[in-house]
Design a protein around this ligand. Structure first.
Ligand SMILES: Cc1cc2nc3c(=O)[nH]c(=O)nc-3n(C[C@H](O)[C@H](O)[C@H](O)COP(=O)(O)O)c2cc1C
Ligand code: SF4
Ligand code: SF4
Length: 258
């Protein structure tokens, strides 16, 4: 690992952010200089290829969000720059690590480690806080150990060639489907006007600038379904069909994303 580590990450509701921060603390405790960079605010061309590069992101639809893929695909070609990844997930990732390794190696990166960390599910069925707290503790412990394994040159980036490619294809189709305007309209979150206090937090934290403020928030058609706005609205005023019984999950406060 180089002295300098540029850690690019995307986090919808904070799980990945917690993991990335914990890993950074480990790197810093061993004397490394770490720069945390949010993918949604970064340009692939600006990546410093003299540093070791980290990538952190959540699993979404057996893959990850389009904005993350876009960033990764546009990373510059290099000659042996070290790169590692972590993803956080509710249970099953579809094996994104394999296809990602192929893409990065074709660009000339040296893939030094990949790790998938189970954290609380932030969509569909939200578990109770005791279960989620335990998952976070276990996830952060795994993150610490992974960071140490990277520092000790003991980490690995496995590659499982067949099934992940199939899953990646299925996932790509799924993500494409959710991006169509028909689906964006069908799946659009509703604003509960009795609850909304017009604070604008949802607009300020949306990574794809998909929310404008009229009298109330106006949600557009370029949602990535990261769940950040729904989960972090202080008044629980965004209603989504993805949240069973309206329960939401977030690992951090909205100010982390402003
Ligand atoms: C739209 C969406 C799709 C998801 N798809 C998966 C999935 O395919 N497999 C999985 O294990 N978890 C899935 N999850 C759960 C997240 O990967 C998990 O909760 C993650 O830790 C969230 O990280 P974040 O808080 O950094 O956004 C999904 C979450 C969302 C919002
Ligand atoms: S964050 Fe919630 S309360 Fe604030 S404007 Fe958005 S929907 Fe309304
Ligand atoms: S509208 Fe909400 S769920 Fe969609 S991208 Fe923005 S913050 Fe994420």
């Amino acid at each position: 690992m180089n002295h300098c580590i540029d850690f690019y990450f995307f986090s919808g509701t904070g799980n990945t952010l917690l993991v990335v921060k914990r890993m950074s603390e480990v790197f810093q405790s061993k004397g490394h200089e770490v720069h945390l960079k949010r993918i949604e605010k970064s340009m692939p061309d600006d990546v410093n290829t003299e540093c070791t590069i980290g990538l952190g992101f959540p699993v979404a639809v057996l893959s990850t969000y389009d904005l993350v893929w876009k960033f990764i695909k546009e990373l510059p070609d290099v000659d042996g720059t070290e790169i590692f990844m972590i993803d956080t997930l509710g249970g099953y990732s579809g094996g994104i690590v394999g296809p990602l390794k192929s893409i990065l190696e074709s660009k000339g990166y040296k893939t030094i480690g990949a790790c998938e960390i189970v954290m609380p599910l932030n969509i569909f069925y939200i578990q109770d806080s005791t279960v989620n707290t335990k998952k976070v503790e276990e996830g952060l412990l795994k993150a610490e150990n992974y960071a140490l394994s990277l520092l000790n040159n003991e980490s690995k980036w496995g590659h499982f060639p067949l099934l992940p490619e199939v899953m990646r294809f299925i996932s790509k189709m799924g993500i494409r489907l959710t991006a169509t305007s028909v689906h964006q309209k069908i799946l659009k979150f509703k604003v509960d006007k009795l609850r909304c206090d017009k604070c604008g937090i949802c607009r300020d934290i949306c990574p794809s600038n998909n929310i404008k403020m009229g009298e109330y928030p106006l949600i557009g058609n370029s949602c990535e379904y990261c769940m950040r706005c729904v989960s972090m609205c202080p008044f629980n005023a965004l209603v989504s069909i993805f949240n069973y019984q309206g329960k939401t999950y977030s690992a951090v406060k909205p100010k982390e994303f402003k």
